[in-house]
Ligand binder design. Structure first.
Ligand SMILES: Nc1ncnc2c1ncn2[C@@H]1O[C@H](COP(=O)(O)OP(=O)(O)OP(=O)(O)O)[C@@H](O)[C@H]1O
Ligand SMILES: [Mg+2]
Length: 417
């Protein structure tokens, strides 16, 4: 036992409650830095016929915001309904939502079912309404079918049902996206008692769902940004306080910088750092440089396999000088940078720390940068205008920073980058 007053069971319990590198959050207590977004959702839901669309980078925290908001707005008589979009037609996903909302032997009240049977005219008619009470949801073929069923969900599921349609970006077919837009429009126009929260990876709502709907009155768009520095530190501090230990401001800043505002890295480094403290032979209550370094090393080992693959595929080539070039791209707080800036402000500094390794001359550096854009290197970076570069996926920057940190090179140190 190396942290005062904590046996392993208690330690693990506290760690698990506070740090969730592989799980989305669903309670406001653990959702850091999103108060403003929760307020926006609250106000949008207070307006009849409004639904939410959360979009932004992969891993920025979209599902966590959606789930937390859903639990806040779903009435207490049931749980929110959570769906993942995929290659399947949107109406099939709606059918899954209805199924989830009305589970077999579930909470549908018989009298409501009877009421619907009598009230139901046209559409699915008698058979549908009778069957659905047994959890047997008919296939949905048209938007009107979907609306009828969602109306039913609005009456039978709970007082205020919230449905999350996550990973909207996975539904790539344009027709399906249009169909979704039509469902949203009908649900709003007919004033159905259901609230939707959509999430999708993307930097433009127009690209995700089309100009018509994205600019219309049905959706309240939330472009989710990376976490602020305060919020990054709060994640570690909340866990540290619960464990009764201290992490210095310097280490908090460093963890925040490495993460680049992507919360999973903060959870990951925090988790490993606290384990390192727990494993210490001495009784400790302050995180030392040794714990921090061990936390970073272990975080690299425990990071998502897909990130490792992206990184290794980019740098493990016949020539061994790609890694530092990639580090240089991830060095600055600006997402998009020009060759000269990357070379002079970052690369040469990094190489000075790598002595006796020798820096590339600028021409060769530019060639490497260009190569990193190619398929052979997994297109880890993309060119955005003559001589401008950025990561294809911003979440990768944090992983690059983590790898460099493990090798003793600090990236993203200027300001609170
Ligand atoms: N506001 C937050 N405060 C603390 N931790 C957060 C916050 N938002 C997300 N996280 C954590 O960050 C990680 C990623 O969150 P989440 O799964 O919500 O992101 P996402 O944008 O939905 O990712 P993806 O694009 O892969 O679907 C999770 O480990 C989650 O616990
Ligand atoms: Mg998600």
């Amino acid at each position: 036992m190396a942290i005062k007053n904590l046996d392993e069971t208690t330690f693990k319990q506290i760690l698990k409650e506070n740090l969730t590198p592989a799980q989305a959050i669903s309670s406001p207590e653990h959702l850091k830095g999103r108060a403003q977004n929760l307020r926006q959702i609250d106000r949008a839901f207070n307006s009849a016929g409004k639904h939410i669309f959360i979009y932004g980078d992969r891993g920025v925290g979209k599902t966590s915001l959606a789930q937390t908001a859903a639990f806040l707005h779903q009435s207490a008589d049931a749980e929110p309904i959570l769906l993942t979009c995929g290659a399947a037609p949107f109406l099939t996903t709606v059918r899954d939502a209805v199924r989830q909302a009305l589970p077999l032997g579930g909470r549908i009240k018989q009298k409501k079912t009877e009421h619907r049977v009598k009230a139901s005219v046209g559409g699915f008619g008698y058979d549908w309404a009778a069957n659905i009470s047994n959890g047997d949801v008919p296939p949905i073929e048209t938007v009107n079918d979907a609306i009828q069923l969602l109306k039913y969900v609005g009456e039978a599921h709970s007082a205020e049902p919230v449905i999350i349609f996550d990973e909207f970006d996975q539904m790539v077919d344009n027709e399906q996206r249009k169909c979704c837009a039509e469902v949203i429009k009908q649900v709003s126009d007919q004033n159905l008692n259901v609230r939707f929260i959509f999430c999708g990876i993307g930097n433009s709502l127009e690209n995700l769902i089309g100009v018509h709907l994205s600019t219309g009155r049905y959706l309240s768009p939330i472009h989710l940004e990376r976490l602020t520095h305060d919020a990054r530190w709060e994640i570690i501090n909340a866990a540290a306080n619960a464990l009764g230990v201290k992490v210095s401001h310097g280490h908090l800043v460093r963890i925040g910088q490495i993460s680049d505002g992507f919360p999973s890295y903060i959870h990951l480094i925090g988790e490993q750092l606290f384990w390192s403290m727990f494993d210490d032979e001495d009784l400790v209550d302050v995180c030392t440089q040794k714990h921090f370094e061990s936390g970073v090393s272990q975080a690299v080992a425990e990071a998502e396999t897909t990130l490792k693959m992206i990184y290794d595929n980019a740098v493990q080539k016949y020539l061994d000088d790609y890694e530092e070039v990639l580090w240089a791209v991830a060095d600055h707080q600006l997402l998009r940078r020009q060759t000269t800036d990357i070379y002079e402000k970052s690369y040469l500094r990094i190489m000075a720390e790598r002595y006796p390794r020798q820096p590339l001359v600028k021409h060769n550096f530019s060639l490497r940068l260009n190569a990193l854009k190619s398929a052979r290197h997994g297109q880890i970076i993309v060119g955005t205008g003559a001589g401008w570069y950025e990561f294809r996926e911003n979440i990768v920057r944090g992983y690059v920073r983590l790898r460099a940190e493990k090798e003793g090179v600090q990236l993203g140190v200027e300001g609170y980058a």
